[in-house]
Design a protein around this ligand. Structure first.
Ligand code: IMP
Ligand code: MG
Length: 202
């Protein structure tokens, strides 16, 4: 079965060539910011795996990788406001220059939670890189990415790692899911996070 059928409710939002250029620019910035140092990329599975793979190959520094898996949206588009770690990191991040790599910053609940648990592990520094940012959806206002690929409007998007019910992760472009029943992102969850943390900019 092909990655995308002509009947799929998809509209291209960001083309592969634009993504490639922007990923290169973000990697250049990281290379500059961490000149001569090692960086440790922590990818949030599964959505960030494709962004991380491309980003890692464009960073001109000693780079190591690890992954953490969390569940937030599952097969639905609704965020429960609860984040659960399904797979933890393989190794310690103490003393490392950690860049948490996310596919998209939406409500900010996931990154807020991950920042909190990762900071407890005493990295030297903790930055956040997100391919996409939907600022209008943010619940945790203080959560910002230090490195952002693209700010996008409030649309549900798939492709380049992002899924809807596990579909479309392997699309090369970022596409809006245009099904009339799905045109807007899920309603913001009502859960109030326990603690707010501000993200440090580079
Ligand atoms: P947050 O916790 O609300 O910021 O959501 C973060 C996670 O929700 C992302 O890592 C994605 O897995 C998922 N998500 C948010 N918006 C979208 C979208 O437009 N398409 C696909 N997944 C999304
Ligand atoms: Mg994700």
């Amino acid at each position: 079965m092909p990655a995308k059928k002509s009947s799929d409710p998809l509209k291209i939002l960001i083309r592969r060539t634009e993504i490639q250029k922007r990923v290169q620019a973000v990697a250049r910035q990281i290379t500059k910011d961490f000149q001569g140092q090692r960086v440790h990329l922590v990818g949030v599975l599964k959505g960030a795996c494709i962004f991380l793979s491309d980003l890692a190959r464009e960073i001109d520094l000693e780079t190591s990788l690890d992954f953490i898996a969390v569940s937030s949206y599952g097969a639905k588009k609704e965020s429960s406001g609860q984040v659960r770690v399904n797979k933890d990191l393989d190794s310690s991040i103490a003393g490392l220059n950690v860049i948490l790599v996310e596919d998209i910053l939406d409500t900010g609940l996931t990154v807020n939670y991950l920042r909190r648990i990762l900071l407890q592990r005493r990295p030297k520094i903790l930055k956040v890189a997100a391919l996409l940012d939907k600022p209008s959806r943010r619940i945790i206002k203080a959560i910002q990415a230090d490195y952002v690929g693209f700010a996008i409007p409030d649309e549900f998007v798939v492709g380049y790692g992002l899924d809807y019910a596990e579909k479309y992760r392997n699309l090369k472009d970022v596409c809006i899911l245009t099904d009339p029943a799905l045109t807007k992102s899920a309603p913001k969850p009502s859960a109030t996070p326990r603690r707010k943390k501000s993200a440090k900019r580079p």
